[in-house]
Design a protein around this ligand. Sequence first.
Ligand SMILES: C[S@@+](CC[C@H](N)C(=O)[O-])C[C@H]1O[C@@H](n2cnc3c(N)ncnc32)[C@H](O)[C@@H]1O
Length: 219
Amino acid sequence: MRALFLLLRLVVVAWAVVSALWLYSLTQRYKSSRACPYSWRWMLDNLPRRVVQPLRSTVDSFHIDRGKIVLELGPGPGYFSVEVARRVGPEGRLVCVDIQPEMIGALRRRLLREGVSNALPTVGDALALPLADCSVDCAFLVTVLGELPDRPKALAELRRVLKPGGILSIAETLPDPDYQFPDVVRDLCRASGFRLLEHHRCLLGFTMNFAADGGAPAP
Ligand SMILES: C[S@@+](CC[C@H](N)C(=O)[O-])C[C@H]1O[C@@H](n2cnc3c(N)ncnc32)[C@H](O)[C@@H]1O
């Protein structure tokens, strides 16, 4: 009985500590910029995340095929990058664009460790992507949209760099403090000229796939 009581106390204390850390991360985030601080990168790759947003099934929902040129916007330290780079294979390429040089540095080290040579980590801003028009087959972003200061501008940039008929995948999951609700993502993308293709649900989030052929963006 005493052991059970102790265990319960431990669970409550652990829960309180995690909540306090989460609230602290929220206050820190909005102090300087909206981007997830580098010092909080451990929140992006851990056991609970692997349960809530499993790597392989999430990447499955992006429909990434061999030989494709793929853009990952806001990869952070690369929870998805190695898996996606392996799926496109040596004939394909993964371009990872993140605004924080420290995140790109961590990603570069991870790719090196994993022996991935078909990925291109690049420091850049979603609002002015360092890519040519119609240069990528697919683009994906996971828990990034809510950090962008001008989401319509970023979506216009994504539309510019995607080839006609290219696929944009947007995934969101809780407890990301910048979580975007599905109807918000759908409406924003539609207004930017994307057509909704699929809506996959997972434990605490979703992936939406859009085609970049939805006609002219809404005025
Ligand atoms: C919450 S993290 C998500 C990282 C990764 N997608 C994942 O799911 O593990 C958001 C990432 O988006 C990046 N980011 C935020 N604003 C950005 C912008 N304007 N342009 C490019 N990357 C940005 C941040 O630096 C951070 O690495």
